[in-house]
Design a binder for this molecule. Structure first.
Ligand SMILES: NC(=O)c1ccc[n+]([C@@H]2O[C@H](COP(=O)([O-])OP(=O)(O)OC[C@H]3O[C@@H](n4cnc5c(N)ncnc54)[C@H](O)[C@@H]3O)[C@@H](O)[C@H]2O)c1
Length: 296
């Protein structure tokens, strides 16, 4: 028994919405928090849309959809997470912002609560150091889209207690039905340490004019049986997030393969963030996805 019945989710972006949805579908009470109530409400609307699509696919009944939604409340006030047994932070991939959030969460959360981060790359030890309960701080890294992807990486820091690690593993596996792997507290953990250099290599290829974004993606889907090409995947993750993960990996390892290339930085600075902004390596603004745009 994990004793986890109420989950606080911080950050109502694409990951926070997905985490909220899977927790709510598992019958848990969820409090979803973002910097403004409007953003938190927009997050809840995203969860409602996704549940409706799941109902249309026959994946949930209308009753279960209604029950799941009824279990979610939204707020812009972190202190409303005081009753949560587990808080999952899924805010922007920025170490300073996350450190500050963990400092505040430590103050407002129940003393027995576990504080988890969905960070893709920031060492858990640094977030734990901002709290007075490092033994109860752990990485819980979901994959996008959360309702579809079976994996959760569990990342104990050097201070995380075995009890915390086992509790969140049981939560992910038994309550959410996810497959878990445990990774050491190194930037990028297992999956992003392997994935992000590959995505950055594809961006460098576009930049060098080796092939178009469309052809690079087709190369990997039709040639290597990947379900999605690297540039569509980067767009799905969010180019700001990919760049931030690259920065964190580069800071940790000082290997050039992790450094975000100039084209990626320019796209992020220009607001071309991928699917979430409507444009990235591909254009998502009209009727789903249009042809590749030239970004080189
Ligand atoms: N996008 C992915 O594929 C993916 C996959 C796994 C993990 N992650 C990680 O999940 C986290 C969130 O990523 P995302 O893709 O959902 O980003 P996103 O940009 O879609 O959403 C981030 C949300 O965090 C909110 N936020 C920022 N500061 C906040 C604060 N102080 N308090 C509360 N909310 C705050 C923003 O308003 C925004 O709604 C990041 O750490 C990212 O690295 C992302």
């Amino acid at each position: 028994m994990t004793g986890i019945k109420h989950v606080g989710v911080v950050g109502a972006g694409q990951m926070g919405q997905g985490i909220t949805e899977v927790c709510a579908r598992a019958g848990l009470q969820v409090t979803l928090c973002d910097v403004t109530e409007d953003r938190a409400r927009a997050g809840l609307a995203g969860v409602a849309d996704s549940l409706l699509r799941a109902e249309k696919r026959g994946a949930v009944t209308p009753e279960d959809r209604a029950l799941a939604l009824a279990g979610v409340s939204v707020t812009d006030d972190l202190s409303r997470l005081s009753k949560a047994d587990l808080v999952i932070e899924a805010a922007v991939e920025d170490e300073q912002a996350k450190t500050e959030l963990f400092r505040q969460l430590d103050k407002v959360a129940d003393p027995a609560a576990v504080l988890a981060s969905n960070t893709s790359s920031i060492p858990i030890a640094r977030l734990a150091a901002a709290t007075g309960r490092p033994e109860a701080v752990v990485g819980l890294h979901f994959f996008n889209p959360v309702p579809v992807m079976p994996l959760v990486e569990v990342i104990p820091s050097l201070h995380t207690s075995k009890a915390t690690e086992l509790r969140v593993r049981a939560f992910a596996a038994e309550i959410l039905g996810k497959k878990t792997v445990v990774a050491q507290d190194r930037a990028g953990f297992v999956v992003n340490s392997l994935l992000v250099p590959y995505l950055l290599a594809a961006v460098r290829m576009v930049s060098a004019g080796t092939a178009s974004a469309e052809d690079i993606d087709t190369g990997m889907t039709a040639g290597c049986a990947h379900p999605m090409g690297p540039l569509r995947l980067a767009d799905l993750i969010g180019l700001d997030t990919v760049a931030a993960i690259g920065e964190a990996l580069y800071e940790e390892y000082r290997e050039p393969l992790y450094a975000p290339p100039p084209l990626l930085r320019r796209m992020v600075e220009s607001g071309l963030l991928g699917r979430k902004s409507g444009q990235g390596f591909f254009d998502y603004r009209v009727a789903g996805e249009g042809p590749a745009r030239s970004t080189s």
